[in-house]
Design a protein around this ligand. Structure first.
Ligand code: FPP
Length: 262
């Protein structure tokens, strides 16, 4: 088993550590900040391999990068941040790596819960939580409960998540509600399907960021990303900083979004 080295313990959130050049920040158009950004945090393994470190340390460094990105997102008024932390396919990684990621998630939630709460962040999840190890499931429930009334940034963590699995679960629930007479087939339209997804209370993302120069969706939010703008920064996720988030938003702000119209 890969031992997760705790020596890389990090400073707290919202310390203002994430110093972003003021001038750079003001090049953002405050009227066009995407309210929902989805992120595929890719490249942790390659970041570690490049340094001859175990992959688990890449994930730990990825957790650190996440702090800066959450802090920056909150500071510029992003309303929702969806994060692909663990997919339905990730179970087929070596058991030691799966264990390390699960352990990291538990630690992250344990350490950061109060800090997030004090900063009005609300934790939301998507995915089938029934397969998560008991300690992670318990921690997720606890943090969601602590932060449930918060009105600031919503951090939506995808755990045991797959876009196809989410649709499958939604279709089964719709079928159930037809069988028990709550719905008829005539009620089924796009907005009803959206309301049966894990993101029922969250608008679709305007911007998707996938780091590490890979150009795939990998089963992430396949329904919700239909009209989303995509950016693919080259950096590995652990190297991704608040400034890179701002750059991705500036790129987004320069796009012409037509939604199929002229
Ligand atoms: C993809 O990189 C990353 C993951 C499968 C795990 C993401 C998890 C974190 C960033 C940990 C922190 C998250 C939270 C929500 C606290 P990869 O392993 O596929 O990298 P590679 O493509 O270079 O191998």
């Amino acid at each position: 088993m890969i031992e997760v080295d705790d020596s890389m313990d990090i400073k707290k959130f919202f310390t203002g550590k994430e110093k972003i050049d003021k001038e750079f920040k003001t090049s953002l158009n405050p009227e066009k900040i995407p309210q929902h950004i989805a992120i595929i945090m890719d490249g942790n393994g390659r970041w570690a391999q490049k340094r001859q470190l175990p992959r688990a340390l890449g994930h730990r460094a990825g957790g650190e990068a996440l702090r800066g990105v959450i802090e920056t997102a909150a500071s510029i008024g992003v309303k929702y941040l969806s994060l692909y932390a663990f997919s339905t396919e990730n179970w087929s990684r070596p058991e030691s790596e799966v264990t390390a990621i699960m352990q990291l998630l538990v630690e992250f939630l344990k350490k950061e819960a109060m800090e997030l709460h004090e900063n009005n962040v609300k934790i939301h999840t998507m995915g089938d939580l029934s397969r998560l190890p008991g300690n992670l499931d318990k921690e997720v429930e606890r943090v969601m409960d602590i932060t449930k009334d918060n009105t600031g940034l919503v951090v939506n963590i995808a755990l045991n998540y797959g876009g196809r699995d989410e649709l499958l679960r939604a279709f089964k629930k719709i079928h159930q509600d037809i069988s028990n007479g709550k719905l008829t087939v005539n009620h089924i339209d796009e907005s009803l399907i959206s309301n049966y997804l894990d993101t029922a209370t969250i608008p679709d993302p305007e911007l998707l960021i996938r780091t590490s120069g890979e150009f795939r969706l990998s089963n992430f939010m396949i329904w919700q990303l239909s009209y989303t703008e995509f950016t693919f920064p080259e950096k590995y996720w652990p190297d991704f900083k608040g400034e890179d988030l701002i750059q991705a938003i500036i790129d987004y702000q320069n796009r012409d979004r037509r939604f199929g119209k002229v």
